[in-house]
Design a protein around this ligand. Structure first.
Ligand code: AOF
Ligand code: ZN
Length: 365
């Protein structure tokens, strides 16, 4: 029904509020609508992943939940975790009907939530707004099915696809508006990832600034030999609230690992592949630690290795109106492709002007 889809869109928008702050849990949205068509409760998954969206919406509604329809962007849970199952909470609150967008792939739930509701005599409509929910929950779904977080690769490029001049000058190719949108994108991911070359060249902080964000994404550097200068802005700002993780290979010197650890960084050993850390193994390791959404900001070598291993799910490309030429540094490192048919392909999701620049977002085909 059209009305169902409209309310589900409200729930999806609510769920988007938690993105980047609920890992390892999905960021779910829930809206409770009375038979008269009035919103009586709204909720979304809280930072750290709990309370769940339904619990927040039921709390807000109180007795007004009785007879309401619950719109939820993911199947209500059926397991006894840190709190009781949301399906049970919806049943005891007297909700008259449940509309959900997707089945929860978590083996503790996967259909049992819907079944519990139906067994209690509550009609359930599934699959409403499924396409958008699949996009919003892509990190949670990818971790559940492939054991790895989803990856957005961000590129800030000249019109001719360069990210720096031959001398390495790259600040700034895109304008302040694009950088601000970039910060908002960081905030909607669980972690920001860069390669060692970018960490050395830029000495970045990688925090989200100017957006009133209370929980910072995890900052991750992929540095096979752990050849990073310390102290750095990253090590200076590392704390339990704003963690910094370093993924390194087996040939990273023990004294570098010890120093990084002493500075409060978390060192994660990752198997190597041809020419660097194995991107698939690295993402599996990060998935095992609970991450569902990663925002990779380069550099070119890391971007190319993620693309080559088919681990880039989304591209966010900012293009600035300037050209550097072939002596500038390419936005992506070598990918060793022989045939065009082997190139990873993406489908355009949207393309919008941002200040003087252009942002295009692409999803892997
Ligand atoms: C919901 N509503 O808002 C979320 C759900 O560790 P727990 O007990 O918090 O459970 C985590 C699981 O609950 C997670 O893997 C996913 O299946 C579900 N997340 N479910 O009903 C929510 N965030
Ligand atoms: Zn729940």
């Amino acid at each position: 029904m059209e009305t169902d889809l409209r309310w589900m869109q409200v729930a999806l928008t609510l769920g988007q509020r938690g993105m980047g702050r609920t890992w390892p849990n999905p960021s779910v949205g829930c809206v409770l609508v009375s038979p008269e068509g009035r919103v009586v409760g709204r909720g979304w998954t809280q930072p750290g992943g709990r309370p769940h969206a339904e619990v927040m919406a039921l709390r807000m509604a109180g007795p007004a939940a009785r007879g309401a329809t619950a719109y939820v962007t993911l199947e209500p849970c059926s397991h006894h975790g840190k709190s009781g199952p949301c399906s049970e909470a919806l049943i005891s609150a007297g909700v008259a009907r449940v509309v959900s967008a997707l089945q929860d792939p978590d083996p503790r739930v996967s259909g049992r939530g819907h079944a519990m509701l139906r067994a209690a005599g509550i009609p359930v409509t599934e699959g409403v707004g499924a396409a958008q929910a699949q996009q919003d929950h892509v990190g949670f779904l990818t971790r559940a099915t492939e054991g790895r977080p989803m990856v957005t690769l961000k590129l800030a490029l000249t019109l001719d696809g360069r990210l720096a001049t031959a001398s390495g000058e790259s600040q700034w190719i895109t304008g302040p508006e694009a950088r601000r949108v970039g910060h908002a994108m960081r905030a909607r991911h669980d972690a920001v990832l860069i390669g060692a070359g970018t960490a050395r060249a830029d000495d970045p902080t990688l925090t989200v600034r100017g957006l009133g964000v209370t929980q910072q994404p995890v900052r991750i550097v992929a540095a096979r030999r752990l050849d990073l200068p310390f102290p750095s802005r990253l090590s200076d700002t590392a704390s339990p609230e704003a963690p910094v993780w370093i993924c390194h290979g087996s040939d990273a010197p023990a004294d570098r690992i010890a120093e990084a650890t002493r500075l409060g960084l978390t060192c994660i050993a990752v198997p190597e592949g041809a020419g660097g850390l194995d991107p698939a193994a690295m993402l599996a390791e990060l998935g095992a630690r609970g991450l569902t959404r990663i925002y990779c900001e380069g550099g070119g070598a890391l971007g190319a290795s993620l693309l080559r291993s088919s681990r880039v799910d989304r591209l966010a490309v900012f293009h600035a109106g300037c050209a550097i030429g072939a002596d500038g540094r390419a936005g992506l490192g070598e990918m060793g492709l022989e045939a065009l048919g082997d190139a990873p392909r993406f489908e355009r999701m949207r393309s919008v002007p941002v200040g003087a620049d252009l942002l295009s977002e692409w999803a892997r085909l």
